[in-house]
Design a protein around this ligand. Structure first.
Ligand code: ZN
Length: 264
């Protein structure tokens, strides 16, 4: 049971409207998800109610508010159209050079910054053959094997993924240094995932692994059946580097990702 305030929020119904907006989103997403099974999900937005003591948004008030909201959304979408087409992965148009700032008035401000890449025939040739890392803590050296990079506090040995300037464990500043993480570790916890985004094959095993020597990393566990009987907490695993399930960016570059598998 939703409400017109799930479509148009008004003071002082802050919390009431918020919960109705959630209900709208839940209904909309669930309806799309269950449609292939022939199940319909419906939210009812009440507009007429015999309820004399309450002031409800009824009649022309709510109609006008709703039409204004639709007109506002439509105008925002028109303004946003060029930007989103410009950066969409499925669009063949070349991406603009450097950074671009998209502004959608009164709604959301999005900054899209692309790191400029060197332009040259050598780099261009390399781009088509060398995969890109799927995450920024996966490093692909010019020569040698790919590896995961951690950032370690020299003061307390705490290990982090991703760069930082100070240690959130001991508070030390300027003591963080990049370090190569081990390719072996132990499975800390896992979850078997049965529902995911369209195009993602399920079930798969999402895992958190404590790497030997420090570093806790989340990733997919492969090479084992997604069956609790076949997986145990603390089992030794190793990091392997493979193509990121065939995904490519708009320029055709492939991505290299990391996975865990039971240690051989
Ligand atoms: Zn520290």
């Amino acid at each position: 049971m939703s409400s017109m305030t799930g479509l148009v929020a008004n003071p002082p119904n802050v919390y009431y409207s918020s919960t109705k907006f959630v209900l709208e989103a839940l209904t909309e997403a669930l309806a799309k998800e269950l449609a292939p099974f022939g199940i319909e999900v419906t939210a009812i937005e009440i507009t007429e109610l015999e309820h004399p003591p309450l002031h409800l948004l009824l009649g022309n008030d709510v109609l006008t508010a709703f039409r204004e909201k639709l007109a506002g959304l439509s105008a925002s979408i028109d303004e946003w159209e060029a930007t989103t087409k410009d950066v969409g992965f499925s669009d063949d148009k070349p991406r603009p050079q450097g950074g671009q700032r998209a502004r959608i008035p009164g709604r959301i401000h999005v900054s899209l910054v692309e790191t400029p890449r060197p332009r040259g025939t050598k780099e261009m040739a390399e781009q088509s053959t060398k995969p890109r890392p799927a995450v920024d803590f996966l490093k692909i050296p010019e020569s040698g094997d790919p590896y995961l990079e951690g950032h370690k506090c020299k003061a307390c040995s705490a290990m982090y993924l991703g760069e930082r300037t100070s240690c959130s464990k001991c508070g030390a500043r300027g003591q963080i240094e990049a370090t190569k993480l081990a390719n072996k570790g132990k499975l800390y916890v896992y979850s078997i995932v049965f529902r995911s985004f369209p195009g993602i094959e399920t079930p798969y095993v999402s895992a958190i692994v404590d790497l030997d020597g420090g570093g806790t990393v989340k990733g997919n566990l492969i090479g084992v059946e997604p069956d609790p009987a076949k997986i145990s907490f603390g089992m030794p695993v190793e990091v392997v580097y493979k193509d990121a399930l065939g995904r490519k960016d708009r320029e055709g570059n492939s991505y290299l990702s990391y996975f865990f598998q039971p240690a051989s």
